[in-house]
Design a protein around this ligand. Structure first.
Ligand SMILES: *Cc1c(COP(=O)(O)O)cnc(C)c1O
Length: 412
């Protein structure tokens, strides 16, 4: 079959769903009412931010929360509220968005970049154990792609060494670990509402925490050093204005009513893709057991990256595919995009970013994150929001493209 990049017919021609989804009636009503109220900032008796914080804290199984301008600042404020600062080392996974590490730098601490599990790509507890020093003050597990990190193992290490745990839940609104919601599994949890995330107001973030003391310190960091119920111009701590606006909260609050349905939808798509990939495998494709005619090549060597142990609710922010086959990465991406199935190249390992190392980050050996940078591709959230029948397009395009390795090798 002629590849689309070589003038053939693309597997998929319809566009994928766009992100964010269209405003719903509840968002429209709440945003309008906030706009008409003139109370656009959260310090002016507005209630949307307060309601959003209460809802997120409840859903995370904790008492407290603070809404912030974005998750980078949220991670910074959480670390600061937990007393992490200059001289401290903070362990972050090597396979994550760069902000997990730059938030540590913002707090004045040293990011220690630690390898991820070879299979599930989440922070590896044994690698954390190996990276501990007397200066280690905190661990920032990332609930990557919407599946929770192995929090029992990480919390055990943290408890043994008196470390703070800040969950980076930027990709995991609504996810659960052993039946318990993320965000409430460590000392603090941080969500993001940036444009690409599962709930978005263009930008935004939210910190949840269990301890009233941590809450007071985090709130103060986000409110120019004030104390809760203290004087307006009383600033016993050093702090900043890191607040979310009421208009953003008004976009987010009604979203919580449909978040679970959207997660179900993405999980249904992921399950369908798993089935399609299996059906197109060499055994099924040639043995006659496939539900559709076998394609040219089958999708041998393509697997869905598994969830860490303990995932009971995957919010499916992304679906990660590991593709073990001899091809050039840019060529595969270009050929897939031409077939109408754009995949994402995913993260370079943090330890390979010179800016982080020059800023003082320390990188442990990270072979699993480096392998992921070669082998792992993402199916992004908007595609996962499509009808599950569209999963066949992804499997078919992979089968078609991977059946042409000689061509792929010759592409620019
Ligand atoms: C998006 C993201 C962040 C940063 O969130 P912002 O709201 O853009 O600051 C941090 N960590 C992870 C894992 C993310 O995906």
């Amino acid at each position: 079959m002629k590849l689309a990049i070589d003038g053939g017919t693309p597997v998929r021609t319809e566009p994928w769903p766009s992100w964010p989804p269209p405003l719903d009636a509840a968002q429209r009503a709440l945003v309008t009412s906030v706009l008409e109220s003139g109370r656009w900032g959260a310090t002016q008796d507005g209630s949307a931010c307060a309601d959003l914080v209460a809802a997120f804290a409840r859903r995370s199984g904790v008492e407290h929360g603070v809404a912030v301008g974005n998750a980078t600042l949220g991670l910074f404020a959480a670390l600061r509220g937990l007393g992490v600062g200059p001289g401290d080392e903070v362990i972050v996974p090597a396979y994550t968005f760069v902000a997990t590490a730059t938030a540590v730098l913002l707090a004045g601490a040293t990011p220690v970049i630690v390898d991820v599990d070879a299979a599930d790509l989440h922070l590896s507890p044994p690698a954390v154990e190996a990276a501990l020093t007397p200066r280690t003050a905190a661990i920032v597990p990332v609930h990557l792609a919407g599946s929770p990190a192995d929090m029992d193992a990480l919390n055990t290490i943290a408890a043994r060494h008196a470390l703070a745990v800040v969950e980076d839940a930027a990709q995991a609104h609504g996810a659960a670990y052993r039946g318990r919601p993320v965000g409430g599994l460590g000392d603090a949890g941080v969500y993001s509402f940036q444009s690409s995330k599962a709930m978005t107001a263009g930008e935004g973030g939210l910190i949840v925490c269990r301890s009233p003391k941590v809450h007071e310190a985090v709130w103060s960091a986000c409110n120019v050093g004030r104390t809760l119920n203290g004087a307006w111009y009383g600033h016993p701590r050093v702090g900043w204005n890191l607040r979310l606006t009421e208009i953003q909260a008004a976009l987010l609050l009604p979203w919580l009513d449909r978040l679970d349905d959207e997660i179900d939808r993405r999980n249904a798509f992921a399950a369908a893709l798993d089935r399609e990939l299996a059906a197109l495998g060499p055994a099924a494709g040639r043995g006659g057991g496939a539900t559709r005619p076998p394609s040219d090549g089958g999708v041998d060597g393509v697997t869905v990256v598994p969830q860490p142990p303990g995932t009971t609710r995957d919010s499916r922010h992304l679906l990660m595919l590991r593709i073990r086959t001899p091809f050039e990465r840019p060529s595969l991406l270009a050929a897939m995009a031409a077939e109408g199935v754009p995949l994402d190249a995913g993260y370079p390992p943090l330890g390979t970013m010179p800016a982080l190392i020059e800023a003082g980050a320390r990188a442990e050996p990270c072979p699993s994150a480096e392998a992921a940078a070669h082998e792992v591709f993402w199916v992004r959230q908007p595609m996962l929001m499509d009808d599950p029948s569209s999963a066949a397009h992804i499997a078919d395009a992979l089968a078609k493209v991977l059946a042409s390795p000689p061509l792929l090798r010759s592409l620019p």
